[in-house]
Design a binder for this molecule. Sequence first.
Ligand SMILES: [Cu+2]
Length: 504
Amino acid sequence: MKKSILTGAGLLLILTGCTNITTEQQSVEQTMESGEMQHEENMDMNHGDMEGMEEHMDHDNIPPLQASKGTQELVIPPLLEKQKESDFDYEVVAQEGTTQFFDGSPTNTYGYNGNLLGPTLQLKEGETVKVKVRNELNEPTTFHWHGLEVPGTEDGGPSDVIQPGESKIVTLKADQPAATLWYHPHPHKSTAEQVFKGLAGMLYVEETDEEAPALPHTYGVDDIPLIFQDRLFDENKQLDYKNLMNSDGTIGDVSLVNGTINPKLTVTKPLMRFRILNGANARNYTFRLSNGATFTQIASDGGLLHEPVEMDEITLSPSERAEILIDFSAMESDEPIAITDEEGNALLPFDLDIDGGTEEMESISWTDDTTFLKEEEKSLPVSKKIELFGMMDKVTINGKKFDPERIDLRQKKGVSEVWEVYNKPDEMGGMIHPFHIHGTQFKIILRDGREPAPNEQGLKDSVLIEPGERVRLLVTFPEEGIYMYHCHILEHEDNGMMGQVEVY
Ligand SMILES: [Cu+2]
Protein backbone atom coordinates (compact mmCIF):
# COMPACT_ATOMS: atom_id res chain seq x y z
CA MET A 1 0.00 0.00 0.00
CA LYS A 2 1.32 3.35 -1.08
CA LYS A 3 0.62 5.15 2.12
CA SER A 4 1.71 2.55 4.54
CA ILE A 5 4.03 3.98 7.02
CA LEU A 6 5.86 2.79 9.93
CA THR A 7 8.29 4.51 12.07
CA GLY A 8 11.87 3.99 11.61
CA ALA A 9 14.84 5.86 12.76
CA GLY A 10 13.47 9.26 11.86
CA LEU A 11 10.75 9.30 14.42
CA LEU A 12 12.89 7.64 16.98
CA LEU A 13 15.39 10.43 16.56
CA ILE A 14 12.69 13.02 16.97
CA LEU A 15 11.44 11.51 20.12
CA THR A 16 14.74 10.94 21.77
CA GLY A 17 16.50 14.05 20.53
CA CYS A 18 16.32 15.64 23.93
CA THR A 19 19.77 16.67 25.14
CA ASN A 20 21.96 15.55 27.91
CA ILE A 21 20.62 15.52 31.39
CA THR A 22 22.88 17.03 33.99
CA THR A 23 21.57 18.08 37.30
CA GLU A 24 24.29 20.55 38.08
CA GLN A 25 23.34 20.86 41.66
CA GLN A 26 25.09 24.13 42.21
CA SER A 27 23.36 26.10 39.51
CA VAL A 28 20.12 24.48 40.49
CA GLU A 29 20.40 25.73 44.02
CA GLN A 30 21.25 29.21 42.86
CA THR A 31 18.24 29.17 40.63
CA MET A 32 15.97 28.05 43.40
CA GLU A 33 17.05 31.08 45.34
CA SER A 34 16.57 33.55 42.56
CA GLY A 35 13.23 32.06 41.61
CA GLU A 36 12.05 32.03 45.21
CA MET A 37 8.44 32.83 45.88
CA GLN A 38 7.65 36.29 47.07
CA HIS A 39 3.95 35.95 46.91
CA GLU A 40 3.17 36.75 50.51
CA GLU A 41 4.74 40.16 50.13
CA ASN A 42 3.70 43.02 47.96
CA MET A 43 1.43 41.64 45.28
CA ASP A 44 -0.68 39.24 47.22
CA MET A 45 -4.28 39.85 46.55
CA ASN A 46 -6.96 40.74 48.96
CA HIS A 47 -10.23 40.69 47.11
CA GLY A 48 -11.78 43.09 49.59
CA ASP A 49 -9.74 45.95 48.22
CA MET A 50 -9.75 45.05 44.56
CA GLU A 51 -11.04 47.78 42.35
CA GLY A 52 -13.23 47.11 39.39
CA MET A 53 -14.23 43.66 40.54
CA GLU A 54 -17.51 44.00 38.70
CA GLU A 55 -15.56 43.92 35.45
CA HIS A 56 -14.06 40.60 36.32
CA MET A 57 -15.35 38.04 33.94
CA ASP A 58 -17.31 35.25 35.49
CA HIS A 59 -15.38 32.39 33.98
CA ASP A 60 -18.23 29.99 34.41
CA ASN A 61 -20.38 32.26 32.32
CA ILE A 62 -18.48 32.88 29.11
CA PRO A 63 -20.54 34.49 26.32
CA PRO A 64 -21.39 31.71 23.86
CA LEU A 65 -20.12 31.75 20.31
CA GLN A 66 -22.57 32.22 17.48
CA ALA A 67 -22.79 29.10 15.32
CA SER A 68 -21.49 29.45 11.77
CA LYS A 69 -24.18 29.91 9.14
CA GLY A 70 -21.82 28.23 6.68
CA THR A 71 -22.27 30.92 4.06
CA GLN A 72 -18.62 31.48 3.15
CA GLU A 73 -15.96 29.09 2.01
CA LEU A 74 -13.14 29.00 4.53
CA VAL A 75 -10.24 31.28 3.60
CA ILE A 76 -6.95 29.42 3.43
CA PRO A 77 -4.04 31.76 4.19
CA PRO A 78 -1.67 31.90 1.19
CA LEU A 79 1.77 30.36 1.46
CA LEU A 80 4.47 32.98 1.90
CA GLU A 81 6.52 33.03 -1.28
CA LYS A 82 10.25 33.02 -1.31
CA GLN A 83 11.94 36.20 -2.57
CA LYS A 84 14.07 35.92 -5.65
CA GLU A 85 17.40 37.69 -6.02
CA SER A 86 17.28 39.41 -2.73
CA ASP A 87 19.44 39.43 0.38
CA PHE A 88 16.64 37.85 2.35
CA ASP A 89 14.36 34.85 1.69
CA TYR A 90 11.02 36.07 2.96
CA GLU A 91 9.41 39.35 3.85
CA VAL A 92 6.75 39.80 6.53
CA VAL A 93 5.13 43.23 6.78
CA ALA A 94 2.82 44.26 9.61
CA GLN A 95 0.27 46.63 8.14
CA GLU A 96 -3.17 48.17 8.49
CA GLY A 97 -6.10 47.22 6.33
CA THR A 98 -9.82 46.67 6.23
CA THR A 99 -11.83 43.46 6.21
CA GLN A 100 -15.42 42.97 5.11
CA PHE A 101 -16.82 40.78 7.87
CA PHE A 102 -20.30 42.33 7.64
CA ASP A 103 -22.25 43.60 4.63
CA GLY A 104 -21.66 47.27 4.03
CA SER A 105 -19.45 47.86 7.05
CA PRO A 106 -15.75 47.41 6.51
CA THR A 107 -13.82 46.74 9.72
CA ASN A 108 -10.39 48.23 10.31
CA THR A 109 -7.97 45.37 10.85
CA TYR A 110 -4.29 44.54 11.02
CA GLY A 111 -2.55 41.90 8.95
CA TYR A 112 0.80 40.60 7.76
CA ASN A 113 1.28 41.22 4.02
CA GLY A 114 -2.45 41.82 3.77
CA ASN A 115 -5.56 42.99 5.56
CA LEU A 116 -5.99 40.28 8.17
CA LEU A 117 -3.84 37.50 9.66
CA GLY A 118 -0.81 36.51 7.62
CA PRO A 119 0.55 34.07 5.05
CA THR A 120 1.80 30.67 6.17
CA LEU A 121 5.57 30.49 6.43
CA GLN A 122 6.95 27.03 5.69
CA LEU A 123 10.44 26.08 6.79
CA LYS A 124 11.99 22.69 6.19
CA GLU A 125 13.48 20.83 9.12
CA GLY A 126 17.07 22.04 9.45
CA GLU A 127 16.60 24.92 7.03
CA THR A 128 17.97 28.41 7.75
CA VAL A 129 16.22 31.41 6.23
CA LYS A 130 16.53 35.16 6.44
CA VAL A 131 13.25 36.95 7.02
CA LYS A 132 12.90 40.68 6.56
CA VAL A 133 10.35 41.99 9.03
CA ARG A 134 8.91 45.43 8.40
CA ASN A 135 6.57 47.55 10.48
CA GLU A 136 4.10 49.59 8.45
CA LEU A 137 1.81 50.16 11.42
CA ASN A 138 1.57 53.48 13.22
CA GLU A 139 2.80 51.93 16.44
CA PRO A 140 5.78 49.82 17.52
CA THR A 141 5.53 46.06 17.15
CA THR A 142 7.69 42.95 17.35
CA PHE A 143 7.72 39.70 15.36
CA HIS A 144 7.70 36.63 17.60
CA TRP A 145 8.10 33.10 16.21
CA HIS A 146 6.05 31.11 18.69
CA GLY A 147 7.49 27.67 19.32
CA LEU A 148 10.59 28.10 17.17
CA GLU A 149 13.79 27.30 19.07
CA VAL A 150 15.85 30.25 17.85
CA PRO A 151 18.46 32.28 19.76
CA GLY A 152 17.05 35.00 22.00
CA THR A 153 18.23 37.68 19.56
CA GLU A 154 15.87 36.35 16.85
CA ASP A 155 12.91 35.53 19.09
CA GLY A 156 11.08 38.85 18.76
CA GLY A 157 10.23 39.33 22.41
CA PRO A 158 9.11 42.68 23.87
CA SER A 159 12.63 44.14 23.89
CA ASP A 160 13.05 43.59 20.16
CA VAL A 161 10.88 46.50 19.06
CA ILE A 162 10.57 47.50 15.41
CA GLN A 163 9.47 51.13 15.20
CA PRO A 164 6.96 52.33 12.58
CA GLY A 165 8.55 52.45 9.15
CA GLU A 166 11.53 50.38 10.24
CA SER A 167 12.64 46.90 9.31
CA LYS A 168 15.25 44.33 10.14
CA ILE A 169 16.39 40.94 8.96
CA VAL A 170 16.15 37.98 11.31
CA THR A 171 17.74 34.59 10.79
CA LEU A 172 15.51 31.65 11.55
CA LYS A 173 16.88 28.16 11.73
CA ALA A 174 14.31 25.41 12.01
CA ASP A 175 16.51 23.11 14.01
CA GLN A 176 13.73 21.02 15.53
CA PRO A 177 11.16 18.38 14.57
CA ALA A 178 8.39 19.14 12.08
CA ALA A 179 5.62 21.03 13.84
CA THR A 180 2.79 23.53 13.54
CA LEU A 181 4.01 26.80 15.05
CA TRP A 182 2.82 30.35 14.58
CA TYR A 183 3.97 33.94 14.60
CA HIS A 184 2.47 36.99 16.23
CA PRO A 185 3.42 40.37 17.71
CA HIS A 186 4.78 40.60 21.26
CA PRO A 187 5.19 44.32 22.13
CA HIS A 188 4.95 44.95 25.84
CA LYS A 189 1.46 46.07 26.87
CA SER A 190 0.01 45.98 23.34
CA THR A 191 0.24 42.34 22.32
CA ALA A 192 -3.44 41.72 23.10
CA GLU A 193 -4.63 44.66 21.03
CA GLN A 194 -2.44 43.88 18.01
CA VAL A 195 -3.44 40.22 17.94
CA PHE A 196 -7.10 41.17 18.48
CA LYS A 197 -6.94 43.44 15.42
CA GLY A 198 -5.61 40.60 13.28
CA LEU A 199 -1.88 40.00 13.58
CA ALA A 200 -1.12 36.26 13.55
CA GLY A 201 0.08 33.71 11.03
CA MET A 202 1.03 30.07 10.80
CA LEU A 203 4.63 28.89 10.78
CA TYR A 204 5.24 25.29 9.77
CA VAL A 205 8.36 23.26 10.22
CA GLU A 206 8.04 20.67 7.48
CA GLU A 207 9.09 17.06 7.60
CA THR A 208 12.04 16.13 5.39
CA ASP A 209 12.56 12.55 6.50
CA GLU A 210 11.22 10.15 3.89
CA GLU A 211 10.89 7.46 6.53
CA ALA A 212 8.46 9.58 8.51
CA PRO A 213 4.73 8.81 8.56
CA ALA A 214 3.14 9.80 5.23
CA LEU A 215 0.52 12.16 6.52
CA PRO A 216 -1.75 14.20 4.27
CA HIS A 217 0.37 17.18 3.25
CA THR A 218 -1.16 19.02 0.32
CA TYR A 219 -1.58 22.52 1.68
CA GLY A 220 -5.14 23.77 1.48
CA VAL A 221 -6.43 20.49 0.04
CA ASP A 222 -6.00 17.74 2.62
CA ASP A 223 -3.72 19.65 5.01
CA ILE A 224 -5.65 22.62 6.35
CA PRO A 225 -4.64 25.31 8.85
CA LEU A 226 -7.45 26.30 11.22
CA ILE A 227 -6.91 29.45 13.27
CA PHE A 228 -9.80 29.68 15.74
CA GLN A 229 -10.45 33.11 17.23
CA ASP A 230 -13.35 34.84 18.92
CA ARG A 231 -13.96 38.53 18.43
CA LEU A 232 -16.13 41.23 19.88
CA PHE A 233 -17.33 43.96 17.53
CA ASP A 234 -18.79 47.30 18.56
CA GLU A 235 -22.01 48.76 17.12
CA ASN A 236 -20.02 50.19 14.20
CA LYS A 237 -18.65 46.71 13.47
CA GLN A 238 -15.19 47.78 14.58
CA LEU A 239 -12.62 45.94 16.70
CA ASP A 240 -12.38 48.93 19.02
CA TYR A 241 -10.05 47.23 21.46
CA LYS A 242 -9.72 50.03 23.98
CA ASN A 243 -13.45 50.10 24.55
CA LEU A 244 -14.13 46.39 24.17
CA MET A 245 -11.25 44.92 26.10
CA ASN A 246 -11.56 43.05 29.36
CA SER A 247 -8.44 43.10 31.48
CA ASP A 248 -9.05 39.48 32.39
CA GLY A 249 -9.09 38.38 28.77
CA THR A 250 -11.20 39.75 25.94
CA ILE A 251 -13.79 37.22 24.90
CA GLY A 252 -16.15 37.69 21.98
CA ASP A 253 -19.30 36.07 20.66
CA VAL A 254 -18.26 36.07 17.00
CA SER A 255 -16.31 33.02 15.86
CA LEU A 256 -13.71 33.45 13.15
CA VAL A 257 -11.79 30.63 11.52
CA ASN A 258 -8.80 31.84 9.49
CA GLY A 259 -10.46 35.24 9.75
CA THR A 260 -13.57 33.93 7.97
CA ILE A 261 -16.94 34.71 9.48
CA ASN A 262 -19.66 32.04 9.00
CA PRO A 263 -17.21 29.66 7.34
CA LYS A 264 -17.72 26.25 5.83
CA LEU A 265 -15.14 23.94 4.34
CA THR A 266 -15.68 21.80 1.27
CA VAL A 267 -13.91 18.52 1.93
CA THR A 268 -12.59 16.79 -1.16
CA LYS A 269 -10.41 14.05 0.34
CA PRO A 270 -11.47 11.18 2.57
CA LEU A 271 -8.67 11.68 5.03
CA MET A 272 -8.06 15.24 6.15
CA ARG A 273 -5.36 16.72 8.33
CA PHE A 274 -6.25 19.84 10.31
CA ARG A 275 -3.66 21.96 12.07
CA ILE A 276 -5.63 23.69 14.77
CA LEU A 277 -4.42 26.82 16.54
CA ASN A 278 -6.26 28.44 19.40
CA GLY A 279 -5.46 31.98 18.32
CA ALA A 280 -7.89 33.63 20.73
CA ASN A 281 -6.82 36.26 23.23
CA ALA A 282 -8.37 34.37 26.14
CA ARG A 283 -11.04 31.83 25.19
CA ASN A 284 -10.47 28.13 25.79
CA TYR A 285 -12.00 25.86 23.18
CA THR A 286 -13.13 22.27 23.42
CA PHE A 287 -13.58 20.91 19.90
CA ARG A 288 -15.83 17.99 18.96
CA LEU A 289 -17.43 16.59 15.83
CA SER A 290 -21.16 17.23 15.58
CA ASN A 291 -21.95 13.64 14.61
CA GLY A 292 -20.11 12.28 17.64
CA ALA A 293 -17.40 10.66 15.52
CA THR A 294 -13.90 10.34 16.86
CA PHE A 295 -10.79 11.79 15.28
CA THR A 296 -7.10 11.11 15.68
CA GLN A 297 -4.71 13.55 17.26
CA ILE A 298 -1.28 13.17 15.72
CA ALA A 299 0.65 16.18 16.98
CA SER A 300 0.81 18.64 19.84
CA ASP A 301 2.50 22.07 19.84
CA GLY A 302 5.99 20.89 18.98
CA GLY A 303 5.51 17.91 16.69
CA LEU A 304 4.22 14.38 16.39
CA LEU A 305 2.87 12.67 19.48
CA HIS A 306 4.55 9.63 20.88
CA GLU A 307 1.78 7.75 19.09
CA PRO A 308 -1.52 8.76 17.44
CA VAL A 309 -4.39 9.07 19.89
CA GLU A 310 -8.07 8.55 19.17
CA MET A 311 -10.11 11.37 20.69
CA ASP A 312 -13.73 12.44 20.89
CA GLU A 313 -12.87 15.97 21.98
CA ILE A 314 -9.85 18.16 22.43
CA THR A 315 -9.38 21.21 24.63
CA LEU A 316 -6.93 23.93 23.64
CA SER A 317 -6.11 27.03 25.65
CA PRO A 318 -4.82 30.16 23.90
CA SER A 319 -1.68 29.52 21.81
CA GLU A 320 -1.88 25.72 22.00
CA ARG A 321 -1.97 23.71 18.78
CA ALA A 322 -3.07 20.23 17.81
CA GLU A 323 -2.89 18.38 14.54
CA ILE A 324 -5.76 16.01 13.97
CA LEU A 325 -6.86 13.61 11.25
CA ILE A 326 -10.52 13.21 10.42
CA ASP A 327 -11.57 10.17 8.42
CA PHE A 328 -14.55 11.22 6.33
CA SER A 329 -14.71 8.00 4.35
CA ALA A 330 -17.24 6.41 6.65
CA MET A 331 -19.42 9.50 7.01
CA GLU A 332 -22.63 10.06 5.11
CA SER A 333 -22.53 13.12 2.90
CA ASP A 334 -26.14 14.04 3.67
CA GLU A 335 -25.50 14.09 7.39
CA PRO A 336 -24.47 17.53 8.66
CA ILE A 337 -20.95 17.38 10.01
CA ALA A 338 -19.10 20.20 11.70
CA ILE A 339 -16.39 20.95 14.17
CA THR A 340 -18.28 22.28 17.16
CA ASP A 341 -17.35 23.85 20.44
CA GLU A 342 -18.27 22.38 23.82
CA GLU A 343 -21.74 23.94 23.61
CA GLY A 344 -22.41 22.17 20.33
CA ASN A 345 -22.19 25.36 18.26
CA ALA A 346 -20.96 24.55 14.76
CA LEU A 347 -17.78 26.56 14.30
CA LEU A 348 -16.76 24.94 11.02
CA PRO A 349 -19.41 23.00 9.05
CA PHE A 350 -18.16 20.64 6.35
CA ASP A 351 -19.59 20.09 2.87
CA LEU A 352 -18.53 16.66 1.69
CA ASP A 353 -17.56 16.46 -1.97
CA ILE A 354 -15.07 13.66 -1.85
CA ASP A 355 -13.44 12.80 -5.15
CA GLY A 356 -12.11 9.48 -4.04
CA GLY A 357 -8.55 8.91 -3.02
CA THR A 358 -6.62 6.09 -1.57
CA GLU A 359 -5.64 7.37 1.83
CA GLU A 360 -6.71 5.15 4.62
CA MET A 361 -6.72 5.92 8.25
CA GLU A 362 -5.52 2.43 9.09
CA SER A 363 -2.30 3.02 7.26
CA ILE A 364 -1.37 5.98 9.40
CA SER A 365 0.16 4.65 12.52
CA TRP A 366 3.48 4.58 14.15
CA THR A 367 4.94 3.02 17.16
CA ASP A 368 7.99 3.99 19.02
CA ASP A 369 10.14 1.73 21.13
CA THR A 370 11.39 4.47 23.38
CA THR A 371 9.40 5.68 26.34
CA PHE A 372 8.09 9.23 26.26
CA LEU A 373 10.20 10.18 29.27
CA LYS A 374 13.28 8.36 30.42
CA GLU A 375 13.57 7.30 34.04
CA GLU A 376 16.38 9.77 34.66
CA GLU A 377 14.25 12.56 33.24
CA LYS A 378 11.32 11.66 35.47
CA SER A 379 13.49 11.56 38.58
CA LEU A 380 15.18 14.94 38.10
CA PRO A 381 14.56 17.23 41.07
CA VAL A 382 12.45 20.35 40.67
CA SER A 383 14.86 23.25 40.19
CA LYS A 384 12.55 26.10 39.22
CA LYS A 385 9.25 26.96 40.85
CA ILE A 386 6.76 29.19 39.13
CA GLU A 387 3.61 30.42 40.81
CA LEU A 388 0.84 31.95 38.72
CA PHE A 389 -1.62 34.06 40.63
CA GLY A 390 -4.27 36.69 40.30
CA MET A 391 -6.74 38.09 37.87
CA MET A 392 -7.35 41.20 35.79
CA ASP A 393 -4.52 43.70 36.30
CA LYS A 394 -3.43 42.02 39.55
CA VAL A 395 -1.77 39.09 37.84
CA THR A 396 1.72 38.04 38.90
CA ILE A 397 4.33 35.32 38.53
CA ASN A 398 6.10 34.50 41.78
CA GLY A 399 4.52 37.60 43.27
CA LYS A 400 6.06 39.90 40.69
CA LYS A 401 5.07 41.73 37.56
CA PHE A 402 7.17 41.83 34.41
CA ASP A 403 10.19 44.09 34.54
CA PRO A 404 12.25 44.22 31.34
CA GLU A 405 15.29 45.18 33.43
CA ARG A 406 15.06 42.09 35.64
CA ILE A 407 16.25 38.56 34.88
CA ASP A 408 14.07 36.22 36.92
CA LEU A 409 15.69 32.87 36.17
CA ARG A 410 18.86 31.54 34.64
CA GLN A 411 19.36 28.20 32.94
CA LYS A 412 22.27 26.64 31.12
CA LYS A 413 21.89 25.98 27.40
CA GLY A 414 21.33 22.30 26.61
CA VAL A 415 20.77 21.31 30.23
CA SER A 416 17.36 19.94 31.13
CA GLU A 417 15.68 21.25 34.26
CA VAL A 418 12.34 20.58 35.89
CA TRP A 419 10.05 23.58 36.18
CA GLU A 420 7.12 23.17 38.53
CA VAL A 421 4.34 25.57 37.62
CA TYR A 422 1.60 26.08 40.16
CA ASN A 423 -1.64 27.91 39.42
CA LYS A 424 -2.50 29.25 42.84
CA PRO A 425 -6.25 29.55 43.33
CA ASP A 426 -7.80 32.65 44.89
CA GLU A 427 -10.90 33.05 47.02
CA MET A 428 -13.08 32.95 43.91
CA GLY A 429 -11.50 29.73 42.75
CA GLY A 430 -9.12 31.17 40.21
CA MET A 431 -8.94 30.63 36.49
CA ILE A 432 -7.09 28.65 33.86
CA HIS A 433 -3.77 30.17 32.82
CA PRO A 434 -2.07 28.89 29.65
CA PHE A 435 1.64 28.95 30.45
CA HIS A 436 4.08 29.48 27.57
CA ILE A 437 7.89 29.44 27.48
CA HIS A 438 9.82 30.94 24.58
CA GLY A 439 12.80 29.25 22.96
CA THR A 440 11.97 25.70 23.98
CA GLN A 441 9.76 22.72 23.33
CA PHE A 442 9.22 21.02 26.67
CA LYS A 443 7.65 17.80 27.89
CA ILE A 444 5.02 17.51 30.58
CA ILE A 445 6.30 15.14 33.26
CA LEU A 446 3.42 15.25 35.72
CA ARG A 447 0.07 16.94 36.17
CA ASP A 448 -0.70 17.00 39.88
CA GLY A 449 1.40 13.90 40.31
CA ARG A 450 -0.20 12.05 37.39
CA GLU A 451 1.28 11.12 34.04
CA PRO A 452 0.06 13.44 31.26
CA ALA A 453 -2.77 12.18 29.03
CA PRO A 454 -1.60 10.37 25.87
CA ASN A 455 -2.42 13.41 23.71
CA GLU A 456 -0.04 15.50 25.85
CA GLN A 457 2.80 13.03 25.42
CA GLY A 458 4.55 15.12 22.83
CA LEU A 459 6.54 18.32 22.67
CA LYS A 460 4.78 21.41 23.99
CA ASP A 461 5.50 25.10 24.31
CA SER A 462 2.25 26.07 26.01
CA VAL A 463 0.34 24.20 28.68
CA LEU A 464 -3.14 24.67 30.08
CA ILE A 465 -3.01 24.83 33.88
CA GLU A 466 -6.21 24.57 35.90
CA PRO A 467 -6.60 26.52 39.13
CA GLY A 468 -4.96 24.61 41.96
CA GLU A 469 -3.01 22.46 39.53
CA ARG A 470 0.73 21.85 39.74
CA VAL A 471 2.44 20.85 36.49
CA ARG A 472 6.01 19.62 36.16
CA LEU A 473 7.79 20.37 32.91
CA LEU A 474 11.06 19.07 31.53
CA VAL A 475 12.57 22.20 30.00
CA THR A 476 15.64 22.37 27.77
CA PHE A 477 16.83 25.41 25.81
CA PRO A 478 18.95 24.55 22.77
CA GLU A 479 20.02 28.17 22.18
CA GLU A 480 21.22 31.09 24.27
CA GLY A 481 19.52 34.37 25.00
CA ILE A 482 16.87 36.02 27.07
CA TYR A 483 13.45 34.43 26.72
CA MET A 484 10.00 35.25 28.05
CA TYR A 485 7.76 32.90 29.97
CA HIS A 486 4.23 34.08 30.52
CA CYS A 487 0.53 33.52 30.65
CA HIS A 488 -0.88 33.38 27.11
CA ILE A 489 -4.11 35.08 28.06
CA LEU A 490 -2.86 38.11 26.19
CA GLU A 491 -4.36 40.63 28.59
CA HIS A 492 -2.64 38.87 31.49
CA GLU A 493 0.63 38.99 29.59
CA ASP A 494 0.17 42.71 28.91
CA ASN A 495 -0.68 43.21 32.59
CA GLY A 496 2.70 41.84 33.54
CA MET A 497 2.13 38.10 34.04
CA MET A 498 5.51 37.46 32.47
CA GLY A 499 9.09 36.76 33.51
CA GLN A 500 12.47 36.42 31.83
CA VAL A 501 14.85 33.49 31.79
CA GLU A 502 18.41 34.02 30.68
CA VAL A 503 19.91 31.02 28.93
CA TYR A 504 23.71 31.05 28.98
CU1 LIG B 1 -3.40 34.14 32.93
